[in-house]
Design a protein around this ligand. Structure first.
Ligand code: 4AD
Ligand code: MG
Length: 432
């Protein structure tokens, strides 16, 4: 009798006979011996096949099966420190389900474009497997963090009638006899929900028609957006910090093996502890102006190189608050202490990673918000429902948006956000 199990559960079955169902990740050996690296989605395990221990047909079938052939193997599990993953299966029985020849992705080097064109297969590779498992753990940790703090998940629509984050990056979609836009952010809906439910978050795909080909931009990405009634900027900043500390700690605990596959320097992640450094925009600006390599002009938004310079100064994420109102969105509340600034915060990841979070306290005064909508030349009519939130029981409130792929890329230590998405969408990529 053998138990059907998975590679990640092998520790529970040492000395027992188990069946693993998966694919050939790699194969070696010769003559009367074959080593099969069996991959089953949960991990990779070395399976040893001795010619005189299995049927002739099985040995023959395994000898002929190429990379990514599907198969199941049965045998006794032993703990073996030399084996990758720490366990080995001595095969007694099994079957090759589909014998494959000519799998396009081989252990040799391939170009980036080739790999992205084969994303549907590339995701089987060990590094990509590790990244997708880290992404999963980040999502679970985020949801757990908000759930434990009493936040209610309220999903926002993908089809929207108007812009949230400026009109230049909208994707238009024909919508019966009118035009709809793919959502850039669920924030405006999250604000409505916060005034109904107190503490909420939205989490879903968002879209930006960004004509930029940087390593930080996708046209479709996932954003998690908490929004809290009666929260002020200080509360928003503390929430963002607590969330990042909790998420990194949980990923370190649940996905240590995957981070090791990615050769991530774990000490850099272990350093992500409270308190995070905080700089005002003016303080950050002064740092950049003294930096020989920065071309930063005071009053403008930070460019990617500026963000890199700032975040490289610290061993943990840095919160930059109170940007000039001109470079930020219409809904942000003005700083009562300095009318040229708004009560907003960007969080830059550590190790030179750029912005991973953008948030603010929201303008809660009806007249000021109306004036802001007009100044930004936004269609007033489309914002009437949003203005209702300032007509009926307006309160201070705020929140932020966390970009999932940028966060995953930062935690994994990978330079480009596209690998943090299972099927990335960019200006130049719609396939597969
Ligand atoms: O700073 P952003 O534009 O903020 C908002 O959309 C607010 N409405 C959020 C809020 O307050 N509820 O975007 C938030 C985050 C960024 O910090 C970044 O991590 C990510 O979303 N992001 C992108 N990620 C990948 N590709 C893009 N093109 C992105 N644009 C923004
Ligand atoms: Mg931003």
């Amino acid at each position: 009798m053998s138990t059907v199990t998975t590679v990640e559960k092998l520790a529970d079955h040492v000395g027992e006979s188990v069946t693993l169902k998966g694919w050939i990740y790699n194969k070696s050996g010769k003559g009367k011996l074959a080593f099969v690296q069996l991959r089953d989605g949960s991990g990779i395990c070395q399976c040893v096949v001795l010619k005189n221990q299995v049927s002739e047909e099985l040995f023959e079938a395994i000898s002929e099966a190429g990379q990514e052939s599907s198969l199941e193997l049965t045998g006794v599990v032993s703990a073996d420190e030399r084996a990758p993953g720490g366990f080995e299966v001595k095969v007694s029985e099994g079957a090759v389900h589909q014998s494959v020849e000519g799998y396009p992705i081989t252990p040799k080097e391939h170009g980036t474009d080739f790999l992205h064109n084969h994303r549907h297969l590339w995701m089987r590779s060990r590094r990509q497997w590790a990244i997708l498992r880290v992404r999963d753990a980040v999502i679970t940790a985020l949801r757990r963090f908000f759930d434990e703090r009493g936040f209610i998940c309220v999903d926002s629509p993908v089809f929207t009638p108007n812009a949230c984050e400026g009109t230049s990056t909208l994707f238009e979609v024909p919508y019966f006899d009118r035009t709809a836009y793919l959502t850039q952010s669920g924030q405006l809906y999250a604000e409505a929900a916060a005034l109904a439910l107190g503490k909420v978050y939205t989490f879903g795909p968002t879209f930006r028609a960004e004509k930029s080909k940087t390593r930080r931009h996708l046209t479709e990405f996932w954003m998690l957006e908490p929004e809290v009634a009666y929260a002020e900027l200080e509360d928003v900043m503390q929430l963002a910090e607590d969330m990042l500390v909790a998420v990194v700690a949980e990923v370190l605990e649940r996905r240590r093996n995957e981070l090791e596959v990615l050769e991530r320097d774990l000490s850099k992640l272990e350093a992500i502890q409270s308190p995070f450094p905080r700089l005002s925009y003016d303080e950050a600006s002064a740092i950049l102006q003294e930096h020989p390599e920065s071309e930063f002009v005071h009053g403008e938004d930070f460019g990617a190189p500026d963000e890199t310079i700032l975040s490289e100064r610290f061993d943990r994420p840095v919160l930059i608050h109170r940007y000039p109102k001109e470079v930020k969105a219409f809904y942000m509340k003005r700083d009562p202490e300095d009318d040229s600034k708004c009560l907003c915060v960007d969080v830059l990841g550590s190790e030179g990673v750029g912005e991973i979070i953008g948030g603010s306290q929201r303008e809660d005064d009806l007249d000021v918000l109306l004036e802001r909508i007009q100044a930004h030349e936004l269609p007033e009519e489309a914002f009437q429902w949003y203005l209702d939130l300032r007509r009926y029981g307006s309160v201070p409130h705020g929140g932020f948006g966390l970009g999932l792929e940028r966060t995953v890329a930062w935690i994994c230590g990978i330079p480009h956000v596209r690998e943090a998405s299972p099927f990335p969408r960019m200006m130049t990529r719609l396939e597969p």
